[in-house]
Design a protein around this ligand. Structure first.
Ligand code: ADP
Ligand code: GLC
Length: 489
């Protein structure tokens, strides 16, 4: 089968979060299973290509009263996957992918509309897939266009679409006059299509027009059909419930495993944990913690700083947490509000919390390897990858029982020796503090803590099983398209 991915980020070319890890790894797993896979991405300033070659010199993209002309370059073939980049420097040659800490770029609708239209036009030159697999609002126009402006295009008659929601919190909401600017028909501006409380909603359009909708964990697929987690789109999802499913993300153990990690000072494994102490020392040195007591537990945080991640709970309890014997190391960037909050906490509790406001992949690996515990108190979490990486590093996750965090972490039971981490349900500081205290208590029992570490290290969340589930869905939608009476849309 030929599957074409369209997404706004992908390791190793561009990354702000877990979407990039998924788009970097799933195509490779599909190619390894014998499928033909192409991945379309924007060519950002950050995208490093060793031998970029132009494969489409001029693609015409209509806007209201003018055309823009972009090109497509290939980034070559990696592990059997072909990478294509939409090149349009006025839109993508910028400091960041989506915006700065004070907000999104004001022309994001135009940027990602150009990207999505370019994907469709480029595929006519480079090979029409059987499936377009699109991710998040930035590529939402692909399924929307295919069933509206391109509905009569003979090139795409049999092409099916799968859309993966990585995060309902980002929908691509724009004022109505974006439609004519993007050369889209007003007829899309109705409640059953893209209209959403007076605005245009890209994500909603994709949920209406895609043949199948997936999200990145089973629990999140249920949560987003409720008002608490649906961000206003729960009704749209419930209408399509028969074509919505949750497939847990896998992780790439070639990148994220203490046995092969390129960024850590020592390797270790479930059989020989001794290297982890060196990683801890190295981590604390990287955070400028001088002459640390290595017996103190280290709690790591690596995150986009966004409301979703639940860090307001840490602010609520930090004064009481500071009375415990522990060190928190936090790496992250994003919303200015949380950057300032973490900087303030470090100033207030210099003995207890060390913070780096940055995006730093090497340091993220050092935190996974060098910490004893990993904290993700998320308000909501579609899947979450860091807790899964943490398991492999014997870094015990402390998580809120939501979305993928709930699906991947089993509560530790010291009596049976079963479980992989610590979870709490109520979204409040008290519940978090209580759970951290439980973890600290368990940490004091060295032998059983090692059992807990090994339980996690022995788990397997590699892509194989999840890639198979995606293939089953591709087959299903392909078949439905071939027999139009059965097609979902
Ligand atoms: P999300 O996609 O919501 O940000 P995930 O847990 O799925 O959450 O994925 C986050 C990914 O981004 C992980 O690979 C993590 O290591 C990485 N990451 C997040 N923030 C940073 C940072 N400040 N520096 C380096 N890597 C980061
Ligand atoms: C999103 C979610 C995260 C998920 C990632 C990859 O950014 O916030 O939970 O792991 O996408 O699917």
């Amino acid at each position: 089968m030929h599957i074409a991915f369209a997404a706004s980020e992908c390791v190793p070319f561009s990354k702000t979060g877990g979407l990039a890890d998924v788009v970097g790894a799933l195509p490779r797993a599909l190619a390894a299973a014998g499928h033909q896979v192409s991945v379309y991405l924007p060519r950002y300033r950050q995208t490093k290509l060793s031998d970029a070659q132009t494969v489409a010199r001029s693609i015409t993209i209509p806007f209201d009263d003018h055309y823009r002309f972009c090109s497509v370059v290939t980034g070559g073939n990696h592990s059997g996957v072909r990478f294509y980049f939409v090149d349009y420097p006025p839109f993508f040659d910028r400091d960041a992918l989506y915006g700065t800490s004070s907000g999104d770029y004001p022309d994001n609708a135009e940027r990602f509309a150009l990207f999505s239209r370019a994907v469709l036009e480029a595929s006519k030159i480079l090979g029409i897939p059987q499936i377009f697999h699109c991710h998040d609002w930035q590529s939402a126009l692909v399924p929307i266009l295919l069933r509206t402006q391109y509905a009569e295009d003979p090139a795409f008659q049999d092409v099916a679409t799968v859309f993966t929601i990585h995060n309902m919190g980002y929908q691509g909401l724009f004022p109505p006059d974006i439609l004519p600017l993007l050369s889209l028909p007003w007829d899309l501006f109705t409640m059953s299509k893209m209209e959403f409380f007076g605005n245009v909603n890209f994500l909603k359009g994709a949920l209406v027009y895609s043949d199948f909708i997936t999200t990145v964990s089973r629990k999140y697929s249920q949560e987003i059909q409720t008002a608490e987690f649906g961000f206003g789109l729960e009704g749209v999802l419930r209408d399509r419930a028969a074509t919505v499913t949750g497939i847990l993300n896998g992780v790439d153990y070639d990148e994220w495993s203490p046995q092969v990690d390129k960024f850590t000072v020592a390797k270790y494994s479930p059989q020989d944990l001794s290297g982890k102490a060196k990683c801890k020392q190295d981590l604390l040195a990287a955070f400028g913690v001088t002459s640390p007591d290595l017996r103190l537990p280290v709690i790591g945080i690596v995150s986009r700083f966004a409301a979703q991640k639940g860090f307001d709970l840490i602010a609520q309890i930090m004064d009481r947490l500071a009375r415990e014997e522990l060190i928190v190391v936090a790496l992250g960037n994003g919303d200015r509000q949380y950057e300032e909050m973490f900087a303030r906490l470090q100033k207030q509790f210099p003995q207890r919390i060390a913070v780096k406001i940055a995006y730093d992949n090497a340091l993220a690996h050092k935190i996974e390897a060098g910490s004893d515990m990993f904290l993700m108190p998320s308000k909501y979490e579609p899947c979450g990858l860091n807790q899964i990486y943490s398991l492999k590093y014997g870094t015990v996750p402390i998580v809120r029982a939501t979305g993928g965090l709930d699906d991947t972490i089993e509560p530790w039971d010291a009596r049976t020796g079963q479980g992989t981490g610590f979870k709490f349900s109520e979204y409040n500081g008290e519940a978090l503090l209580l759970t951290i205290k439980q973890a600290l208590k368990a940490f004091r029992d060295h032998a059983s803590w090692q059992t807990l570490m090994r339980n996690g290290m022995n788990k397997d969340f590699s892509w194989n099983a999840s890639a198979k589930e995606y293939v089953r869905i591709y087959e299903k939608v392909k078949q439905a398209r071939a027999t139009p009476a059965m097609a979902a849309v």
